[in-house]
Design a protein around this ligand. Structure first.
Ligand code: TYD
Length: 148
């Protein structure tokens, strides 16, 4: 998974999570433990599949939610935006995850046919945790920085 960088050559490696692989003549096995391979307790799991070619997903941020996205099969592009910097990651490897922290706008596109994207999440589905308006997201980020 290579980050495609929009920010003066600076690569944000902290987003990439390497997952364990047990490989033998019978094939591969990857496992994920909360608070071990991903930096949070896993509260919820969902997956994106049957995504028509050319369709986009995401287009929002979360106030508190942490997630890891894994291309279990196929490939997609995920663009992460912290309000200042945008980085696009091409996910095509089931042994690598992409960590998406709170206050990070994400856009997903370029789904290849048959892609299954697994998402591990730190919290239950909470409609109030979503920020779906980009201007509100920028305000949220500014306020969050102001209180740090
Ligand atoms: P959304 O998070 O916008 O999906 P994506 O970021 O992949 O484009 O969710 C799409 C719809 O599914 C929205 O109506 C909320 C609903 N949903 C749930 O009910 N529970 C969940 O855990 C998730 C992730 C979404």
């Amino acid at each position: 998974m290579m980050p495609i960088n929009h920010n003066h050559g600076q690569i944000m490696k902290k987003e990439l999570v390497s997952l364990p692989v047990i490989s033998d003549a019978r094939g591969n096995l990857t496992f994920i433990e909360g608070n071990n391979h991903v930096p949070f307790e896993i509260k919820r799991v969902y997956y994106l599949y049957n995504i028509p070619i050319g369709k986009t997903r995401g287009g929002h941020a979360h106030k508190k939610l942490e997630q890891v996205i894994i291309a279990i099969s196929g490939s997609l592009n995920v663009t992460l935006d912290d309000g200042i910097t945008k980085n696009t990651f091409h996910l095509d490897n089931p042994k690598q995850g992409l960590y998406v922290g709170p206050a990070t706008w994400r856009d997903m596109d370029g789904f290849s046919s048959g892609t299954v994207a697994l998402v591990l999440a730190s919290r239950s589905y909470e409609v109030d945790d979503y920020i779906r308006n980009y201007d509100e997201f920028i305000e949220f980020v500014k306020n969050a920085r102001g209180t740090q």
